[in-house]
Design a protein around this ligand. Structure first.
Ligand code: IDP
Ligand code: MG
Length: 136
């Protein structure tokens, strides 16, 4: 079945800071993802608040937005058949402690907040998130 999808991936500040950008991109490529667009940026806290608005009632929301805006990130549009689920699988569980062997978060994640990568969780959110960073 060929269900070509695009998803938004972010290499978060903890991973960029440790120079893991190329290793993580390599993991995407090995799994067959094409990186259609990418840019390294640093966002304002107000932009992080918009991006993570779905989590605004959570106790960790403020820290999460501080964190995502704390340093450079790499945002990418990834494409592959069933890219959204495939990326979630390759990323692993939100808490690196629970992430399966071979996943990005298992390999590189430090903690539940410094978990190295973001990935869209649905077709609808992938569109919203890709537009958020790449609408021009
Ligand atoms: P996801 O990144 O696996 O989709 P979400 O539940 O959407 O996980 O949460 C967004 C981000 O918020 C996570 O990647 C993580 O960095 C952070 N986060 C989630 N749950 C917690 C928590 O319980 N404490 C601190 N940070 C959290
Ligand atoms: Mg999420």
């Amino acid at each position: 079945m060929n269900n070509l999808e695009q998803t938004l991936s972010i290499i978060k500040p903890d991973a960029v800071e440790r120079n893991l950008e190329n290793e993580i991109k390599e993991m995407f490529k090995i799994k067959g993802f094409s990186i259609l667009k990418e840019k390294k940026i640093q966002i304002e806290k107000s932009e992080a608040e918009k991006f993570y608005k779905v989590h605004e009632t959570k106790p960790f929301y403020n820290d999460l937005c501080d964190y995502l805006s704390s340093g450079p990130i790499v945002v990418m549009v990834l494409e592959k058949s069933n890219a959204i689920l495939g990326n979630r699988e390759l990323m692993g569980a939100t808490n690196p402690k629970d992430a399966a062997e071979g996943t990005i978060r298992k390999k590189y994640g430090i903690s539940i907040d410094k978990n190295s990568v973001h990935g869209s969780d649905s077709v609808e959110n992938a569109k919203i998130e890709i537009d958020f960073f790449f609408k021009d």
